[in-house]
Ligand binder design. Sequence first.
Ligand code: ZN
Length: 144
Amino acid sequence: MDLLTAKGNLVREIEQAGYQITYVKTLRGRVSHGTKICILPQSVTRKSVYYTAHELYHALEPRKSRHANVCEMKAEKFAQKKLREMGVPVPRSSVVRGKRYVAMKVRRAIKRRIKHIDKEVLNYISDYYVVDRLDGQYHIVKVG
Ligand SMILES: [Zn+2]
């Protein structure tokens, strides 16, 4: 499937979930559940399609988990699966960036003294980050 068709299909799904699309020139995305607005990059590239698929997850699954790190990992995995299904090669840089993003959410959760970090999240970021528990406190260390 070509990129324009792939992106068009994802955008249609976001709209069907009840969201209005606002396009931006930069490479970013965001779903606001309150205002029902979805911000998407205007460009039509593999990265842009990846962002669009990521935001589709948020549109379809509002607040599935109360932990942002879990939601973001699921959105990342969903985006990768969607692109593969559409025959769009998953940009490796987007995957790496996504893992850093999930790790940032984990770091924030640790700062708020989270009691438990999801095993799937730890596994997902494990190429780049290791989370240790010392004296009952989590610590995150960059390894890659
Ligand atoms: Zn997200």
